[in-house]
Design a protein. Structure first.
Length: 133
């Protein structure tokens, strides 16, 4: 099925997709902003997870992926990179044996929201992953 053959999405579904994508972008911006100042609480929470307590490491995680996801032309690439980023977060939480539903699966929840939002707002993704009625 080509993009031109993809069924048009309703305005409500389009706006739902935009809102879901906006939630992901805002969350990732918040996540990045709290890492900008070298706050001890942020860097020290990375140590038990196996990451160095270095503010420079904390600052750049996820920034490029989020920017790519926010731009319509590169949203699919951004979604792929954010999915990889979430996979790393999931693997880290599994490795340190954090609680399942609140920590380990948090990246899965974000992944579902980001791909759901992208699916609803981007015909290329709907053509790639066609759900039949």
């Amino acid at each position: 099925m080509s993009i031109s053959e993809t069924a048009p999405v309703s305005p409500g579904a389009l706006w739902t997709g935009r809102v879901l994508s906006g939630v992901i972008v805002l969350f990732m911006i918040f996540d990045g902003v709290i890492k900008l100042p070298p706050l001890d609480v942020v860097t020290q929470t990375m140590v038990p997870l196996g990451w160095p307590a270095d503010a420079n490491v904390a600052r750049m995680l996820g920034v490029i992926s989020t920017a790519l996801y926010a731009l319509p032309r590169t949203a699919v690439l951004g979604a792929i990179l954010l999915t990889a980023y979430m996979g790393g977060a999931i693997a880290t939480n599994v490795r340190v044996d954090n609680p399942l539903f609140s920590h380990m699966l948090f990246g899965v929840y974000l992944g579902i929201i980001l791909w759901g939002g992208l699916y609803l707002r981007d015909a290329r993704v709907r053509a790639l992953i066609p759900f039949s009625r």
